[in-house]
Structures are given as structure tokens and as C-alpha cells.
Design a protein around this ligand. Structure first.
Ligand SMILES: Cc1ncc(COP(=O)(O)O)c(C=O)c1O
Length: 471
């Protein structure tokens, strides 16, 4: 494809995306295809000769699109949001056009320096310690993996990096029973085994119980196990619970344990001063991650990973073969040493465009509206005779159950699940499930950029209507 063809097709693609942004609500939110249906339409082997762009676009629309779940749909209330704002998409395109690998300062100084500046902007937007450093990773899972590796090295005096695990002490990693599975995955990837993970019980509010954490640490120490890391969550995946950072941080500090905080979803809300108290004590953390790609409008992927002492992270991950040495050496930041992979994209460009386009107040307003609308909907559902709000809104996430009088309480779990399936098969809106105190519930989180109050009430009316039609 030459540059004039690229220009022609590029305009077509931008037009298609702009139309999609306007029309997305015409699609069923969750893809309605059956397993294997898409693959069956794809040729079994790659084409020997090049094909015209028109043929690719035709197949994209006719084969791929029906198999897409529309995360940008204004009635997408499942999981957490993955907003792809128009300014971030334009930055994504520029980033791809430049085709840069920002692994070293020298391989694109602007990429590194913009990233450093975006880290500073975010620190001030979220009232984080000015002394912290930071890096943009792809996902929260990667940041948490880096934190686990740093904690492993911290706890063993960088011994595992040198000689492996054979002579290393037994380590333990603590997090709440509500924490995201990325911690367990990271511990497994770090070669420490699932058995090294301690799930600390939670209280009525689904937050980690500091007393239980302290007991588990004491027990491990008494048994010759070295506590390596505590991970607290700000806004848990299931119900949006907030662990008490101050109390957990105090325990971590008193025991010399690495303290990581995962705020993948809720972190974005911390740009609103009124929500900031939800992470009081964050300054105790050794590292902290949140995803602007969830609730701050930056298209996937963009995960902010802050560290109290950058040297701990860098010492854990650094490798310097001769072919990566540069004249600037340690006088500049080489982000290659701050994450898992060597090659890096210029994700800071997406963050920069997004923040500048909406302004801090634009992003704050979006989040405030989502929280207010979730509160209103939870109140409406709570007033309905056949429904029960199980967990009240934490920011913009709450859970509810369908408990019709016409069914016995033994049948309520099944009918609530049946309602969720019927709603998602219908396609008008998309909700997901979790389990609270052993019983299935339906999650509702308000997060899409283009959602209005009308989308929320229309979605709720459809859920109630589908419930009435269930046998
Ligand atoms: C609390 C929490 N942590 C971590 C993750 C994983 O995020 P990522 O996909 O960026 O790895 C999620 C995903 O929803 C999450 O809710």
C-alpha cells in the first residue's frame, strides 16, 4: 500500500469509526454469535497474493463486526469500562504512524520525557506524593507482576535475581479474598507458587480486615516464612470494596513488608477531591497502579504504575547488554528497565491528548455523573418489590438480585442468574455476574463515556420487563 492509497483508505477508516461512534447503540451490546461461528467464515490459509483493501473492509464489516461485543456502547454496564475516547484514538493513530519503539531515551527522547511529564500531571491530579516516580505499563496485571518481582527481590536482598529460588527463604504474599486474580497469577509467574498467596478475610464491607492480616503475618513469621508483600485494593473488581490503606500500610511498614496498591478501576475517580479520602493512606505505598484505560477515557492500553523508590524497581528488572548502551547513560530515564518487555509504545501520547481534550474538569464531571447516576439507579432498584440491592454503590458500582415473591427463596439464585442470561441474550444492555456471600448477584457499573441518564433508565426498564416475562 503506498502513501496515497493509505491516505484514501485511512480517510475511509476514520469515517467508518466516526459513524460507528454515532451508531454503536444500534448493535446488540454483547455479541450474539455462537462459538466457532466467526472462525468458520475465515479462510483456512493465508492468501498467496495481496488482496484489495475493499475486500478486507468488506470482511471486517460482514464477518468480524457480528462477533464484536460493543464496549463503547452507552448501555455497556458489564465488567468495568474500557473507554476509547476520540482524542485518545487520534493519538493512538499518530503513535502507530510514528511506529516508534520507545525503549530508551535515545530511541525517542520525546516519548520518555512526555511520559515523565504525564506521570507528574497524574501525581498532581490525584494528590500523590511529589517524590514518587512512575511509568506507563500496558496493564495493571503487568504492574502488579513488577511489584511482586520487586517485593521478592526486596525480601531476599536481591538474592533470587542472582542465584534463583533454590536457596531462597519461603515467601508469603498477602491480599484480601476479594482482590483481583492478577496477584495470584503474578506470584505464580514469579516462580513462588500459588501456596505463597495468603487471602486475608474481609469484613461486612468486603474490605481487608487489618487484624486478620496482622495475625496471618505473625503466624507466618513464627513458622519461619518471610512476609514479602501486601497488596491492598482500592475498588475491588467484584463489588468495588476499599481496603483501609492506612491500617494495612501501618502493618506493612511495621513488618518491613513491600506494600502495593491496586486501584485499577477506582483510581481514575481519585482525580475528584471528594473521592480522594477513599484512598487515604496511599502515601504509605511502595507502589500503586491504576488504569486510565478503564475510567479515564484513554483507549486500551494505558496503566499508570507509580513507585516510591524507582531504584527498587529498576534494580529488580535491569539488564544492560552492550547493544543497548547509550552515551547519555544514567543521566536520562531509560524506561526499558521499568517493566517486563523491552519494546515500548508511546502510551503517554494518548494520556496527553485525552487530558488536554477534556481538561481535568471534563474528566471529573464525567466520573461525578456516573457516580450520581449509579446512586439514583440503586435507589430505584432498591424500591422495587421483587429486587434487592445487595451491595450499595461503591463509586459507580453496585450489585442486585432478582427475588420475586412468586418464587421460593431456594429458587432465587437460579432465577437471578436466569434473568442475567436473558438480559444479555436480548442484547439491549450488558451486565455481568459475581458472587456475594456465596450467592449470585448482578453487577451494574456505570462507566461508558457516552452514557446518559436516559441510557441507564432505558436499560433498567428493559431488565424489569425481561424479569416480568420470565417463566
Ligand atoms: C481491581 C483490578 N485489578 C486488576 C485488574 C486487571 O487489569 P488489567 O486488565 O489492566 O491487567 C482488574 C481488571 O478489571 C481489576 O478490576
Amino acid at each position: 500500500m503506498n502513501s496515497s492509497e493509505f491516505r484514501k483508505y485511512g480517510h475511509q477508516v476514520v469515517d467508518w469509526i466516526a459513524d460507528y461512534m454515532g451508531d454503536v447503540q444500534e448493535f446488540p451490546v454483547r455479541s450474539q454469535v455462537k462459538p466457532g461461528e466467526i472462525r468458520a467464515q475465515l479462510p483456512s490459509a493465508a492468501p498467496a497474493a495481496g488482496e484489495p483493501f475493499e475486500a478486507m473492509m468488506h470482511d471486517f464489516k460482514n464477518i468480524i463486526l457480528p462477533g464484536i461485543t460493543h464496549w463503547q456502547h452507552p448501555r455497556f454496564f458489564a465488567y468495568f469500562p474500557a473507554n476509547a475516547s476520540p482524542p485518545s484514538l487520534l493519538a493512538e493513530m499518530l503513535m502507530g504512524g510514528l511506529g516508534v519503539n520507545a525503549m530508551l531515551w535515545e530511541t525517542s527522547p520525546a516519548a520518555t520525557e512526555l511520559e515523565e511529564q504525564m506521570v507528574d500531571w497524574m501525581k498532581s491530579m490525584m494528590q500523590l506524593p511529589t517524590s514518587w516516580s512512575g511509568v506507563i505499563q500496558d496493564t495493571a496485571s503487568s504492574a502488579t507482576f513488577c511489584a511482586v518481582l520487586a517485593a521478592r527481590e526486596w525480601a531476599t536482598g536481591w538474592q533470587v535475581n542472582e542465584t534463583g529460588l533454590r536457596d531462597a527463604p519461603k515467601l508469603a504474599f498477602y491480599t484480601s479474598s476479594e482482590a483481583h486474580s492478577s496477584l495470584e497469577k503474578a506470584v505464580k509467574m514469579a516462580g513462588l507458587g500459588r501456596a505463597a498467596v495468603r487471602l486475608v478475610p474481609t469484613g461486612e464491607d468486603h474490605a481487608m480486615r487489618p487484624d486478620a492480616l496482622a495475625e496471618m503475618i505473625a503466624e507466618d513469621k513464627a513458622n519461619g516464612v518471610t512476609p514479602a508483600m501486601v497488596m491492598a485494593t482500592v475498588g475491588s473488581t467484584s463489588v468495588g470494596a476499599f481496603d483501609p490503606l492506612q491500617a494495612v500500610g501501618d502493618i506493612a511498614r511495621a513488618n518491613g513488608i513491600y506494600f502495593h496498591v491496586d486501584a485499577a478501576w477506582a483510581g481514575s475517580a481519585m482525580i475528584c477531591p471528594e473521592f480522594r479520602p477513599l484512598m487515604a493512606g496511599i502515601e504509605m505505598a511502595d507502589s500503586f497502579v491504576f488504569n486510565p484505560h478503564k475510567w479515564m477515557g484513554v483507549n486500551f492500553d494505558c496503566s499508570l504504575h507509580f513507585v516510591r523508590e524507582k531504584d527498587v524497581l529498576i534494580r529488580t528488572l535491569t539488564i544492560l547488554p552492550a547493544y543497548l548502551e547509550t552515551r547519555e547513560g544514567e543521566t536520562v530515564t531509560d524506561y526499558r528497565d521499568w517493566g517486563i518487555q523491552l519494546g515500548r509504545r508511546i502510551r503517554a501520547l494518548k494520556l496527553w491528548f485525552t487530558i488536554r481534550s477534556y481538561g481535568v474538569s471534563g474528566l471529573q464531571n464525567m466520573i461525578r455523573q456516573h457516580v450520581a447516576w449509579a446512586d439514583e439507579l440503586a435507589e430505584t432498584i432498591g424500591a422495587e418489590p421483587d429486587f434487592e440491592v445487595v451491595t450499595k454503590p461503591n463509586l459507580s458500582l453496585f450489585t442486585f438480585r432478582y427475588i420475586p415473591d412468586s418464587k421460593s427463596s431456594a429458587e432465587h439464585d437460579a432465577i437471578s442468574d436466569q434473568l442475567l442470561q436473558a438480559v444479555n441474550d436480548d442484547g439491549f444492555t450488558y451486565l455481568t455476574r459475581t458472587v456475594v456471600h456465596g450467592r449470585p448477584v448482578i453487577r451494574f457499573q456505570v462507566g461508558p463515556l457516552n452514557t446518559t441518564e436516559d441510557h441507564i433508565s432505558a436499560a433498567w426498564r428493559r431488565v424489569a420487563e425481561i424479569a416480568r416475562r420470565l417463566p
